[in-house]
Ligand binder design. Structure first.
Ligand code: ISE
Length: 338
């Protein structure tokens, strides 16, 4: 069975998904594309050989020739479009975040619980990154003892001037919130956000530094620096009782010249997590073809990450540690920790 995918949104991330689906996901076809910019939709449809350009997201979701939907439109549209997919009974992979507010996330959860079947996967692709997979397997093997601390660094080359510290928490750090929950198999219970005082006048986005506690007593610290300038750099070290495990980035070459050695940094997240996106999208399609629930982040995980982000934004504003309060986890999401 070929899974016919409809893609909503072909900006930077959506275009990358289109190319991944047609080049690296056996068993899937890119059947339809929608984007608010019709010219951009047409260009990606032509490049990737999509059958049609849809007139609206609703037309795409309702198209009987679409088996599954991938949402990569602006964050503010994710919740409503995911609910439209649930209403249509179609599996959906929604890019992170599930929705900008936990209230909107809970509306999606209510719709999926009412539908009674897990249809939603959220695009927290680091769960499929081979380095994070090995990190989790290393501590689950028992060789390292219990995890104690999880050090995380997440640096972008640059972001636009309008990209605020709150967005660094809600748009960037949500990846660490999700991957910390997944690696540790534990929810996060409190967050305290700091910023350095030192900065050049006029620099808009300075680093944010977050300290979180997990429900099983681990400390998680996250540095988000979105104007690091030197390269896209994501690091992680899980410190356990008898050992540590650190991420290694997928580097394929080292250049030696003029008495120097250089190893390239990627310019943004797409090359660093290319394997993660391929593996995520392959697993999503494979589960759909097999009639099984997705193995990636669920709508509950999407809600959890947004709830942590909301507490983090409040902590930064109020200058104190903030508890992360979540509602009771519905049975639909208790079955397995994905
Ligand atoms: C961006 O939205 C992403 O999702 C990337 O994975 C992340 O590395 C980047 O910091 C975010 O802004």
């Amino acid at each position: 069975m070929t899974v016919r995918v409809g893609l909503i949104g072909v900006g930077v991330m959506g275009a990358d998904h289109a190319r991944t689906i047609v080049s690296h996901v056996p068993g899937a076809s890119l059947h339809a594309i929608y984007d608010a910019d019709a010219k951009r939709a047409k260009a990606i449809a032509t490049e990737c050989g999509a059958e049609t350009v849809a007139a609206s997201p609703q037309a795409l979701i309702g198209d009987k020739n679409i088996d599954a939907v991938l949402i990569a439109s602006p964050d503010s549209t994710h919740g409503a479009l995911t609910m439209a997919c649930i209403a249509a009974g179609k599996p959906v992979l929604c890019e992170k975040p599930l929705a900008p507010t936990s209230k909107d996330c809970l509306e999606v959860i209510a719709a999926e619980v009412k539908a009674g079947t897990p249809l939603v996967q959220i695009g927290y692709m680091r769960r499929f990154d081979p380095a994070y997979v090995e990190m989790k397997a290393a501590w689950k093997s028992g060789r390292l003892g219990q995890p104690l601390m999880f050090h995380c660094v997440h640096r972008n080359v640059s972001v636009p001037d309008w990209f605020t510290a709150d967005m660094a928490i809600a748009n960037s750090a949500v990846h660490e919130f999700d991957i910390a929950r997944w690696v540790l198999d534990a929810d996060l219970t409190s967050v305290h956000v700091f910023q350095p005082a030192a900065k050049t006048p006029g620099v808009i986005v300075t680093p944010v530094f977050l300290v979180l506690m997990s429900a099983t007593g681990q400390l998680v610290n996250i540095e988000i620096f979105n104007n690091a300038t030197y390269g896209y750099d994501v690091r992680g070290e899980l410190v356990c009782e008898q050992g540590t495990v650190s991420l290694r980035s997928p580097v394929h070459s080292e250049t030696s010249v003029a008495l120097a050695q250089t190893v390239p940094y990627p310019a943004d997240w797409r090359p660093r997590f290319a394997d993660a996106y391929r593996l995520q999208n392959q697993a999503w399609i494979k589960a759909i073809a097999a009639g099984k629930p997705a193995s990636g982040a669920s709508a509950w995980d999407g809600y959890a990450a947004t709830a942590v982000a909301e507490a983090g934004v409040r902590s930064l504003a109020e200058g104190r540690s903030v508890p992360i309060n979540m509602v009771e986890r519905p049975a639909l999401y208790r079955a397995v920790s994905r």
